[in-house]
Design a binder for this molecule. Structure first.
Ligand code: SAM
Ligand code: SF4
Length: 486
């Protein structure tokens, strides 16, 4: 099935979840002989994984490059969340085949979420692929590369019960030097019926909080001013000195755990000038404790990505999301009560899930009216082989209907984004400067606490500064203002 509108689905440009985004490794020269080129697809977690891969291979004599043609090793770090993502990687492999013809010793590897399901296909059909490694096998990459150097194909797609790469300090590949991502957990135990993640990334494990705080502290010392804590469901973060696997912690009744609210507080205490964000929150797991912790610390950003997926309780039930429409709306009420109307809220939504009726689709539209999201990532349903939905329900909504419903929610979201942005006009916002505006070197851009992009004249400000900006107008998705000199 085609997923055409999926390409246009992202309304917010500075996202942490834009699924069609591609990141390419940067040029780095530490004197190493071999060159590694990594192209990463999918979510922010995949981009963070590529930074772990670069770190592991740096110790093995590789520097990264942004030029595929000059690389000795090319890795594609893949995503399989929608069918479109898989097609993109196949097209890239065809292109890379051209490079390999000119340079037969070039090693080509496929990493990440596609590894497990498609390993046989890649190694047999795509003859240019020498190596396949799943998301928990990156420590094995040096051995796998040696195997290929010895003339064999190499595969490791083993999914671990406890791997978190806690001790590996990532090489920052796409950094602006101000904002960085920190993986706090891996895998997912939720089994939403539409989703491949539990199959491609394995069971949920939480990373040692000491290593997270240490990474945040180091980043601050290097000049970074914002960290985003990453996980598929950060609210179910659970770590104990004995166990880091959530299912085992719960099965063995282990007490003395660090939960997400505790972790958030620990990271917020690293420094008051270090902003803390997190993604993704799950409506069934986010607690008032997390919201109160956010309220207590000025440096924890007032922004929550809380994907609803659908506004209809029957659809949520067959999606296996673990909450109802009413439960979700209660959570929104708690956010507004504890954090106020200015807290940014965003969502993910899927149209045309199996058996979705017109009335049920209208429930999504009416829920959007009730919440008024600041922005949303919107997709139409793409059946993924092996998922619970693929096994249990027919993918029975016509593509045209899925696209029409997607267009309706996109239109609604555009209205809401504009309305929410207009509320910011005339107010002063604390902006962390991330760099020059995309359109002009005379302007800087950064984000406010609620994750909105704000552009303003640069004057004497620079990257990494906090600036009080009076927002004067809003065009499309961007707020424009002027700095208030203190
Ligand atoms: N863990 C996050 C959560 O539960 O909200 C989401 C992770 S997923 C990488 C990002 C988004 O992709 C999901 O929230 C969902 O909206 C979308 N998605 C996942 N599977 C999909 C599918 N089979 N078809 C269309 N969209 C899908
Ligand atoms: Fe997929 Fe659901 Fe886990 Fe998110 S919470 S990664 S949608 S299974």
């Amino acid at each position: 099935m085609e997923n055409l509108i999926g390409d246009l689905d992202v309304l917010n440009p500075q996202d942490t979840e834009a699924c069609e985004t591609v990141h390419v490794s940067k040029d780095e020269n530490t004197g190493n002989k071999r060159k590694l080129y990594i192209e990463s697809y999918g979510c922010q977690m995949n981009f963070a994984d590529s930074e772990i891969v670069a770190s592991i291979l740096q110790k093995e004599g590789f520097d990264t490059t942004s030029d595929a043609a000059s690389a000795d090793v090319i890795f594609l770090n893949t995503c399989s969340i929608r069918e479109k993502a898989e097609q993109t990687v196949r097209n890239r492999l065809t292109h890379i085949n051209g490079l390999k013809k000119q340079k037969p010793e070039l090693l080509v590897g496929v990493l990440g979420c596609m590894a497990e399901r498609l390993k046989a296909k890649f190694l047999e059909e795509e003859k240019i692929v020498d190596l396949v490694a799943g998301p928990d096998a990156y420590r094995d990459l040096p051995a796998l590369i040696s195997q290929v150097d010895d003339g064999q194909k190499a595969v490791n797609t083993f999914l671990s019960r406890e791997e978190t790469y806690a001790d590996i300090s990532p090489v920052r590949l796409n950094s602006n030097g101000v904002t960085a991502f920190i993986s706090i957990m891996r895998g997912c135990d939720n089994m939403c019926s539409f989703c491949v993640v539990p199959f491609t990334r394995g069971r949920e494990r939480s990373r040692d909080p000491h290593s997270i705080v240490q990474e945040a502290t180091q980043l601050f010392a290097q000049g970074y001013r914002e960290v985003t804590l990453l996980g598929q469901n950060v609210d179910s973060y659970k770590w104990s000195p004995e166990e880091n696997n959530k299912a085992w912690i719960e099965k063995n009744g282990i007490g003395n755990i660090v939960n997400f609210a505790n972790l958030l507080e620990l990271v917020a205490q690293v420094h008051p000038d270090l902003r803390v964000r997190f993604s993704t929150s799950h409506p069934k797991d986010i607690t008032d404790d997390v919201l109160h912790t956010m309220a207590r610390y000025e440096n924890i950003c007032k922004y929550i990505h809380l994907p609803v997926q659908s506004g209809n309780t029957r659809i949520l039930d067959i999606m296996n999301r673990g909450y109802s429409r009413e439960w979700y709306l209660e959570k929104i009420k708690s956010i507004r009560t504890i954090l106020g109307n200015e807290c940014g809220i965003s969502s993910d939504m899927i149209t045309g899930f199996c058996t979705e009726t017109e009335e049920e689709h209208n429930d999504t539209l009416s829920l959007m009216d009730a919440v008024e999201y600041d922005f949303a990532y919107m997709f139409f349903y793409s059946e993924r082989p092996g998922t619970l939905a693929a096994k249990k329900y027919a993918d029975d909504i016509d593509l045209e209907v899925k696209k029409r419903r997607l267009n309706e929610i996109i239109q609604k979201q555009t209205e809401h984004s504009r309305k929410r942005n207009n509320l910011d006009v005339g107010k002063v916002h604390k902006v962390l400067v991330e760099g020059f505006s995309k359109r002009s070197d005379e302007h800087l851009q950064g984000r406010n606490s609620a994750n909105k992009v704000i552009v303003f004249p640069k004057e004497n400000y620079k990257k990494g500064d906090y600036v009080q900006v009076l927002v004067e107008e809003c065009t499309g998705g961007t707020l424009i203002g002027k700095p208030l000199n203190s």
